[in-house]
Design a protein around this ligand. Structure first.
Ligand SMILES: [Zn+2]
Length: 248
């Protein structure tokens, strides 16, 4: 009798486990990238960085999808004004088109991260193509600035074990962002919303996700005019990703 109950419990557990996995798979299919990113945050890959140490009042501002002559120089001027260092996750094809902009980013002491050559959706792309895009962008960054990028941010924040292996092959750490620090500035939520999103939830060690290239107006430029002085007055120091995670 006891054996039958035991067997029954094992079968129920297996079915439950399969069901949960199928649901998880379906959820990934149905929802868009941002939700996949959210699901990723639940994973326990300790190779994935989405925050720095909570002991110090340090913050890493990150700007994705540039460089671009319309927006990046304005952001650089604001960073300089508030003595802030940041990290720019660049698209290889934008570096190819605007190498002079990236040279200024490097010269002003900011970190440069790899964000693939053409902003591919890594979830829908073969590992061969992902590696090709990562490698090509590493080379373009190096040929433009002499810098070997050490951080990789997959577009839409999607990763899996193959992407982790590829990043490691090129000595890159995968860096996402703090889950509460995605103001979705690419979707034009308004300057006040971006400011509120960043300031209301800020914590030590945050990695803040913003963009220095969007199709229309880059609202983050105006938002930074409030965010930078406010966080500085609260005692935060703005550092690069490598500086933020140095003692993790
Ligand atoms: Zn991006």
């Amino acid at each position: 009798m006891k054996t039958k109950i035991f067997k029954g419990l094992i079968i129920i557990s297996i079915l439950f486990f399969i069901g949960i996995n199928m649901f998880h798979q379906q959820t990934r299919e149905i929802f868009k990238d941002s939700v996949c990113t959210f699901l990723n945050f639940g994973n326990t890959h300790n190779e994935i960085i989405n925050k720095g140490s909570e002991d110090k009042k340090m913050i890493a501002l990150t700007f994705d999808d540039g460089p671009h002559p319309r927006f990046t120089p304005k952001i650089l001027d604001l960073l300089k004004e508030y003595d802030a260092k940041a990290t720019f996750f660049v698209i290889g094809k934008h570096v190819e088109a605007y190498p002079e902009v990236l040279k200024i980013v490097a010269k002003e002491g900011h970190e440069i991260g790899n964000h693939t050559f053409s902003h591919i959706d890594t979830k829908q792309t073969s590992s061969i193509k992902v590696e090709e895009e990562l490698k090509k962008t590493q080379e373009i960054i190096f040929n433009t600035t002499g810098i070997k990028s050490k951080v990789f941010r997959p577009p839409f924040g999607f990763y899996n074990s193959q992407i982790i292996d590829i990043a490691h092959k090129y000595d890159c750490k995968i860096v996402l962002w703090s889950p509460h620090q995605d103001a979705k500035d690419w979707n034009y939520p308004g300057v006040d919303n971006i400011v509120h999103q960043v300031l209301s939830k800020v914590q030590n060690g945050d990695i803040i996700l913003l963009h220095d290239y969007v199709e229309k107006d880059c609202q983050s430029i105006e938002a930074l005019k409030t965010i930078l002085p406010e966080l500085k007055s609260r005692g935060y120091k703005f550092v690069t990703i490598s500086e933020l995670i140095k003692n993790l």
